[in-house]
Design a protein around this ligand. Structure first.
Ligand code: BTN
Length: 240
């Protein structure tokens, strides 16, 4: 079920609050807002409140025997990728960037915020369907400015179905096939990357794929591979 509201602070915060109050939120239910006054992004940042954009959250239940909850980053990234791709022509320059940003010709189109409350992960997704924010240190894009008009509610339906399918595969087939598919939807190996690990100086290198747990493998200047577990990733040479 998808519930639409005109305005809220943050759809993620609303679901976090419900879970904290022991409210049962069924998996597959989505909360989608037209506007968010306190939208949250990754690493403590704010998320742009763009009218006509997709801003929504859902929950995923974690259970013993499933792949690690941290790997939901890839599940959700792929689900968003496939949902957006469904509205684009083939060969449209849509690429995943570790762990789950979606780039269109190198510019940020969407983001995912995961927050864990006990055994449940709140999954928040923001997609610039209509408007892209001005962000000082990165290029952003909306589908509308590329001449692609996507109805927000139609997108919500597509994304809900896409996430259901990915969760079934994640639970049924495990991590390895998921990471392979993630990688084929991402920028190719050898792509120059700059990584900003939290609290450390930036590191530059080239993309050397994913580890078996999903860490980013960054080949640095001396040829060795450094494993990145957290941080912001930039594609300095992405075409403009
Ligand atoms: C990022 O920083 O890239 C992640 C952005 C996630 C934004 C979405 S919009 C819907 C949900 N509610 C929030 O407050 N944040 C997420």
């Amino acid at each position: 079920m998808i519930r639409y509201v005109e305005e809220t602070g943050s759809t993620n915060q609303d679901l976090v609050d419900r879970l904290k109050h022991a409210d049962y939120v069924p998996e597959g239910d989505w909360l989608v807002a037209d506007r968010q006054s306190r939208g949250r992004g990754r690493l403590g940042r704010d998320w742009f409140d763009g009218s006509g954009n997709f801003m929504g959250s859902t929950v995923v239940r974690c259970a013993p025997g499933q792949p690690s909850p941290a790997t939901l980053a890839f599940v959700v990234g792929l689900a968003v990728h496939d949902a957006v791709q469904a509205f684009l022509p083939a060969g449209s320059g849509l690429r995943l960037k570790w762990p789950n940003d979606l780039l269109l010709d190198g510019a940020k189109l969407s983001g995912v915020l995961l927050e864990m409350i006990r055994d449940t992960v709140v999954v928040g997704v923001g997609v610039n369907l209509k408007v892209a924010p001005d962000v000082p240190d990165r290029r952003t894009v909306s589908l509308e400015e590329r001449g692609i008009t996507v109805d927000r509610d139609a997108f919500a339906e597509k994304l809900a179905a896409s996430l259901d399918r990915e969760l079934e595969r994640w639970r049924g087939a495990g991590l390895a096939p998921l990471l392979r598919r993630w990688q084929s939807a991402a920028h190719p190996e050898g792509t120059p990357l700059q990584v900003h690990p939290p609290g450390e100086p930036p590191v530059t290198g080239t993309f050397a794929g994913l580890s078996s747990e999903g860490s980013l493998r960054l080949r640095v200047a001396d040829g060795t591979v450094r494993l990145i577990h957290a941080g912001d990733v930039f594609l300095p040479d992405a075409p403009g």
